[in-house]
Design a protein around this ligand. Structure first.
Ligand SMILES: *Cc1c(COP(=O)(O)O)cnc(C)c1O
Length: 221
């Protein structure tokens, strides 16, 4: 199956999940995760109307931004090291992975230098797995409060990476918790749901799905 057919299937699954949950499909954005995907195949999804692209490594992100059309929206979805912030701020539509105060300060500094406002989501480690980045749910309130002192950062929502499990029903409680956290802080956007669990994520309120394998097939290397 080609990228076009895969994308069609994904869109249909998203539509059905939205119908099940009584949600407006127009409000759900598919972000095509292009890590380790070659530029010609990325162009194929762009031709199918995808405008949001996600990368988790800064180097790949910057390489691809320069060769693909300028009107695409790039999303930084992976852990961002403070020394790489300068390559990201001012270039991406949204940083999904704000996960520490030191990173916030660095984003603020570069955004200020450029005279821009950096749009971010705060990453939350809902499952509490040691291997995952993100704030713990109980740290979120203080973190959001502190961010108010950084005027060049605007917080648009929350992001999480759910545990990798066979049965996506197992992660439903994590998605639900993220939604409740966001609602409690009046945050609009929820970046949650990957290839294995995006239908559950839609049912639980996700409005940004980060999909790699579902669209491009498995990443062999
Ligand atoms: C790779 C990646 C994805 C996409 O994963 P798939 O399972 O291939 O859909 C989503 N989010 C993040 C943070 C990633 O690194």
């Amino acid at each position: 199956m080609g990228v076009r057919e895969k994308l069609q299937q994904v869109r249909e699954k998203v539509r059905l999940a939205a119908v099940r949950a009584g949600r407006d499909i127009e409000k759900i954005k598919i972000i095509a995760v292009t890590k380790r995907v070659e530029v010609p195949r990325i162009r194929e999804v762009v031709q199918q109307g995808i405008v949001d692209l996600g990368e988790n490594r800064v180097q790949e992100l910057t390489e691809k931004i320069t060769v693909l059309p300028a009107d695409l929206h790039w999303h930084m979805i992976g852990h961002l090291q403070t020394n790489k912030v300068k390559y990201v701020v001012g270039r991406v539509h949204l940083i999904h992975s704000l996960d520490s105060w030191s990173l916030a300060k660095e984003i603020q500094r570069h955004a200020n230098n450029l005279g821009v406002v950096a749009r971010v989501l705060v990453q939350v480690n809902i499952s509490g797995e040691k291997t995952k980045y993100g704030l713990l749910p109980e740290e979120l309130a203080d973190f959001l409060l502190a961010l108010r002192d950084l005027p060049q950062i605007s917080v648009h929502g929350l992001m999480t990476v759910a545990p990798n499990v066979k049965n996506p029903e197992e992660v439903r409680p994590y998605f639900r918790e993220l939604r409740l956290l966001a609602a409690g802080h009046n945050l609009e956007h929820l970046s949650m749901g990957m290839t294995n669990d995006f239908e559950v994520a839609v049912e639980e309120g996700a409005d940004m799905l980060r999909l790699g394998t579902a669209i491009f097939g498995s990443r062999e290397n």
